[in-house]
Design a protein around this ligand. Structure first.
Ligand SMILES: O=C(O)CCC(=O)C(=O)O
Ligand SMILES: [Fe+2]
Length: 338
């Protein structure tokens, strides 16, 4: 039959969800930590509406957006304006600093709007009051992502040769997932040296479903190089990029990778004055139940191999990641792969 798996330039395989071989998923997640899916079955109108209402909302005046529910200590969702977050800087930035300078505080060149689940796990959703259309569209998209992540978790169970396709569903009764739209504004000047659209990070949870609009996403591969994730559309039809977060890597005793990734400004074409087009992404972060006990998955306990992690509650893992991020702990990927 038709091949279900083709290599992109970063080695991110593209798989048809209609005919995927779970062994290929296992291979991709062991070697790359990222894959792309087509034939995913999500209604294109649902995707378009979420995409369009996000873009429309980001295009509003700054003062209007600032009146939206804001991300803060009592509400870890809502709107984060441009430059509201400081992140560990890039490797170049770290090299440029004198010892003892403290962590770099270059802010990512992005703004974000986020909602959480509506299942009692998180504070009640707060919406920007200006757009009923956004609320309706995002509710549908959120539900579609929940359904798609359920399907992907079934495939993960098969990829890990668990005896029950529904193995993950026992940890997925009141998930703590979040939907985030990210706007990387058009640029009319270069960013500061070392500044990025999204600085290098790994995701926290089980898996992330990304809808990507435009170039710039890079992954840090096992050879220790930053490589572009090529755009999959339009040749392969509508696609989502799937990657794992730290929880899934831990759960599989590091069999599967939580791959560092970042978003850079694409290289500027010579002889043009335009710097960079705007870029948008929709990221659905799937988190397991807060009280899910994460102990190495039975089929990931190779005989004789050490168990790398003690059991932990998924909620505790998530909080530790949030705390590390707010302390600005740098992601030490360079040392890890040296
Ligand atoms: O914009 C993208 O393509 C990726 C964003 C991302 O990695 C994140 O928000 O965690
Ligand atoms: Fe990410």
């Amino acid at each position: 039959g038709e091949p279900t798996c083709a290599e992109g330039t970063a080695g991110v395989p593209v798989m048809s969800l209609a005919s995927v071989d779970p062994a290929e998923i296992d291979r991709a997640l062991r070697e790359v930590g990222f894959l792309a899916i087509v034939d995913h079955g999500v209604d294109e109108r649902v995707i378009d509406a979420a995409w369009r209402t996000a873009a429309e909302w980001f295009s509003r005046p700054r003062e209007e957006k600032a009146r939206a529910p804001l991300l803060g200590p009592d509400y870890p969702y809502g709107y984060s304006p441009l430059h509201s977050e400081a992140h560990p800087g890039s490797e170049d930035d770290a090299r440029a600093r004198a010892p003892g300078d403290g962590p770099p505080t270059l802010a990512d060149e992005k703004e974000m709007l986020c909602i959480g689940p509506e299942n009692g796990v998180a504070p009640a959703r707060r919406w920007p009051e200006q757009s009923d259309e956004l609320r309706v569209a995002w509710l549908a998209y959120f539900d579609a992502m929940v359904a798609l992540s359920d399907r992907i978790l079934e495939l993960f169970a098969r990829a890990l040769r668990l005896d029950d396709d529904g193995w993950f569903s026992h940890f997925n009764r009141r998930h703590a997932s979040a939907l985030r739209a990210i706007n990387y504004p058009a640029l009319d000047a270069d960013l500061a040296p070392g500044q990025l659209r999204s600085s290098a990070h790994t995701d926290y949870g089980a898996l992330t479903i990304l809808r990507v609009g435009g170039p710039g996403l890079q992954i840090f591969n096992r050879a220790g190089a930053w490589v572009d994730v090529p755009s999959i559309e339009p040749h392969n039809g509508s696609a989502f990029v799937i990657n794992l977060g730290d929880l899934m890597s831990r759960w599989t005793n590091n069999r599967w990778l939580s791959t560092p990734h970042r978003v850079v400004v694409p290289p500027r074409a010579p002889d043009t004055r335009a710097f960079a087009d705007a870029r948008q992404a929709l990221a659905f972060f799937h988190n397991m139940d807060m009280d899910a006990l994460i102990e190495t998955i039975p089929t990931c306990r190779e005989e004789g191999a050490p168990l790398r992690y003690a059991p932990i509650l998924a909620g505790e893992h998530l909080m530790k990641k949030h705390e590390a991020a707010t302390r600005g702990e740098a992601l030490n990927i360079y040392a890890a792969t040296a």
